[in-house]
Design a protein around this ligand. Sequence first.
Ligand code: SF4
Length: 377
Amino acid sequence: MAESFYQTSQLINWQQLNQQILATKKADIESIIVQAKSGLGLSLDQFAALISPAAQAYLPQMAQVSQQLTQQRFGKTIQLYIPLYLSNWCSNVCTYCGFSANNKVRRNALTPEQILAEAKAILAKGYQHILLVTGEMLKKVDTDYLCAAVKQLRPLFKHISLEVQPMSVADYQRLKQAGVDAVLVYQETYDPNTYQNYHLKGQKADYQHRLKTAERLGQAGMDKIGLGILLGLRDWRADSLVLAQHLAYLQKHYWRSRYSLSFPRLRPALGEISIQNKVSERDLLQLVCALRLMFPQVELSLSTRERAAFRDLLIPLGITTMSAESSTQPGGYAEQSAQELSQFDIDDNRNTPAICEAIAQQGYQAVMQDWQAEYNR
Ligand code: SF4
């Protein structure tokens, strides 16, 4: 059995990582950008240079190469998906999240009838790719519940992703069998000390268990695995470097799986915390371009947490996947439930035709279906 990335993560000296990034000289960056044009990817040291403050002066060049590499691999397309929140029950305390167990909000888990109503409302908007989302409470949403929901939705949608509690290899195998194409599990932050400050109770407080989840997904043979960090929890640069390290590790050990990356920025939610480590739009643009130069074949996803004009700006610069018209409330599409159920605020409130139009205006095509799930089986 291969050593886990957890062991690698224990050896990380965060101060040294910061120093490495900050020590980047402008002279190093140009040659890295030229090398990235080959589309063969970069080393982790080169990625560290591209996310440095010094590299901000080279953002136009990085954006140009990011655009070229993305078009070579993905064409001029943006895959659209929509989240379907099945449940907001959660036994974890994450201080940045509206669903946190401490928050007094109305909770529910959708019944099969409610799931069908949500599915019909989503299908009416034209979506074929859905992301099923829940809080983490096994008493309310267990593997049986999720398998039943996936089997119910499988005939209606072409691609089903999950963002739910971390599970065992056997559970992931069951879900794959039921029809799941992808599972997203964000570490939020790779810095164990920062992690403990924001994840106070419940299974998610166990850093190690969460970190090993992507490996369990690889062992289960999941077709696509999504990784991510929540920008704003700590300094984004060193966290992004460890995210890149994690992905490089997984690509080496679980090479049959495909990967996607997400980098949501912290947004207001019920019980809001102040954002200690602000990440600007310029920082986020730099991160997107650096990730594309490092990982030419990986999906880069942008959520509706970002404002519309910024999302439009990023369309041709490295992003491949966007959520749209998101409701973070269980039942939010069919029932228009009360606002208090939402997980966090969204910023891009445009409807689907408006987002498709914005994508078309950039000379890109909005794709509602790019995969026939039957090919996976
Ligand atoms: S982030 Fe996820 S696990 Fe944490 S409180 Fe929110 S829903 Fe629960």
